[in-house]
Design a protein around this ligand. Structure first.
Ligand code: TYD
Length: 138
């Protein structure tokens, strides 16, 4: 069973006007066809979002403004915090990864590129069910 958490570094095209990052569905940039984009902003201080895993969905998370933390758990009792605080940095989540999104700065805009359309049946929102699915996949 594939469970992947990978930091991505994007090439920034900079000149005296500023910077530009272009992302395409290419293996070295976004390694899936992008079917959906959503973004999280104006987050209420102290909020924890996410608290779920996906069955099939692949996502790349990019904090294009400000910062936030993505807490990832592969079901092995060891959650790892990934700070996203640069627009040239992404986090790829693939397979069964329980993730929380927290510690949003006031100006945080978390952009998410997703491999599929919104489908509630792809969500695992119960932590015990998540652990069972991880165990089942081993
Ligand atoms: P929710 O799953 O609670 O967001 P998060 O995972 O960040 O905590 O989604 C909030 C609302 O937005 C919920 O009513 C579902 C809706 N939504 C969509 O319609 N499309 C989407 O692509 C996403 C991610 C959410």
């Amino acid at each position: 069973m594939l469970q992947e958490i990978k930091r991505l570094h994007f090439v920034s095209h900079g000149d005296d006007r500023g910077k530009l990052i272009a992302l395409e569905s290419l293996s070295e940039q976004v390694p899936f066809d992008i079917k959906r984009i959503y973004y999280i902003f104006d987050t209420t201080p102290g909020t924890i979002r996410g608290k779920h895993a996906h069955v099939k969905l692949k996502q790349v998370l990019i904090c294009v403004s400000g910062y936030c933390v993505i807490r990832c758990d592969l079901g092995n009792g060891k959650a790892i915090d990934y700070l996203l605080n640069r627009p040239d940095q992404g986090l790829l989540l693939e397979g069964l990864v329980w993730h929380d999104m927290l510690q949003f700065s006031k100006d945080a805009v978390l952009l998410v590129l997703a491999s599929d359309h919104y489908d509630e049946s792809d969500y695992i929102r119960d932590y015990d069910t998540f652990l069972k699915e991880v165990a089942r996949g081993k």
